[in-house]
Design a protein around this ligand. Structure first.
Ligand code: NAG
Ligand code: NAG
Ligand code: NAG
Ligand code: NAG
Ligand code: NAG
Length: 300
């Protein structure tokens, strides 16, 4: 009885503190920005929970109120991000404007960003329809780029992988006009010019580009969509690898891939996945989304 009272009290106190933080944060941005940044924090945590990112990798969202800007955390492990980590960037040359939830911190006072923020800026610049971008180093996709075997859609949840084969981007084959000799050859996308080269590797058939020796870049029509595509690209790589071991590499037809993506990336099915993933990150103390209340409350 005493324990029940105590834990109910702790629950109430923590809900109250989450609620007061949410109210404070909500007042400083529009409802559309609050919704996008809430999903962005969840995306950071969910991609880690699902093993798509580790200490490295990142996810961003285009500003729904201003298509010339995007949101991306400063340089830290995605699992550890909170609202105070989010920076508003100008797409033009991935320039930091301010901290999204404390706009008094501006320009050079903003904590330093990811060296590879140009992956995000240049994909947004090249594709006006893209609302979210994921970059990860997920090991399951790496053998395909190494072996020069493109991924193809193997299942309906991975229709966005496409059927012509994902493009494979290789910084090793870029001319010196794009990657000069005096810049690091560490495969990182450190400049807008390199970001443009990566963005131009995308094909109309696939939402994914494999990055040789490095990872992948994923485009999405929303934050939830980009997370869904990134996770199922990794699942697809596992299935394709195993299918090859069985001596086949059949995959879906173009019609099956297109219709499969249309069905599984619908708001209803994305919502079902998102609800599960939110519940999973909510029961781990590692992740804090201070922009929303927890989905699962203690039944004690
Ligand atoms: C949209 O963002 C750009 C880049 O930060 C900025 O120059 C412009 O003033 C913004 N537009 C509005 C209407 O706030
Ligand atoms: C773009 O940003 C980079 C790094 O932030 C900076 O070194 C470079 O001078 C900028 N380029 C332009 C054209 O503003
Ligand atoms: C915003 O940042 C400034 C400078 O770091 C700090 O003094 C202030 O307390 C912050 N405001 C909020 C609401 O966190
Ligand atoms: C896509 O799915 C929606 C339902 O989510 C359906 O109404 C629509 O006809 C589908 N479009 C295509 C091209 O299959
Ligand atoms: C790479 C890519 O996605 N290219 C184009 C695909 O087709 C549309 C038009 O339907 C273009 O806007 C894209 O840029």
């Amino acid at each position: 009885m005493r324990r029940v009272q105590l834990s109910a009290w702790i629950l109430l106190a923590s809900l109250r503190s989450v609620a007061s933080t949410i109210t404070k944060a909500a007042k400083t941005v529009s409802p559309a920005v609050l919704s996008a940044t809430t999903d962005l924090l969840d995306a950071n945590h969910i991609l880690h929970f699902l093993g798509v990112v580790d200490a490295f990798g990142h996810v961003s969202a285009r500003n729904p109120d201003n298509a010339s800007e995007f949101f991306l955390t400063f340089s830290l492990a995605p699992a550890l991000s909170t609202s105070t980590s989010i920076i508003t960037y100008e797409i033009d040359n991935a320039t930091a404007i301010d901290l999204t939830f404390n706009t008094s911190v501006k320009g050079s006072n903003v904590p330093s960003g990811f060296a590879e923020r140009f992956i995000h800026s240049q994909i947004y610049q090249t594709f006006p329809d893209v609302q979210s971008v994921v970059h990860s180093h997920t090991t399951e996709v790496l053998p395909f780029a190494a072996a020069n075997i493109p991924l193809t859609a193997q299942m309906h949840t991975a229709g966005s992988v496409g059927t012509n084969g994902t493009p494979i981007f290789d910084t090793g084959s870029l001319p010196t006009s794009i990657l000069p000799e005096d810049q690091p050859h560490d495969m990182l996308i450190r400049t807008a010019i390199l970001g443009d080269a990566l963005a131009s590797a995308f094909s109309n058939d696939s939402q994914i580009v494999l990055m040789k020796g490095h990872g992948m870049a994923v485009r999405g029509s929303s934050v939830r969509d980009a997370v869904f595509r990134a996770f199922y690209t990794v699942q697809d790589a596992k299935v394709q690898f195993q299918a090859r071991m069985l001596g086949v590499d059949v995959g879906l037809t173009p019609r099956e891939a297109t219709d499969g993506a249309n069905t599984t990336e619908s708001v209803a099915l994305l919502g079902r996945a998102w609800q599960l993933w939110q519940g999973q990150v909510d029961v781990s103390d590692l992740y804090t989304n201070d922009l929303r209340a927890p989905t699962i409350v203690d039944k004690d």
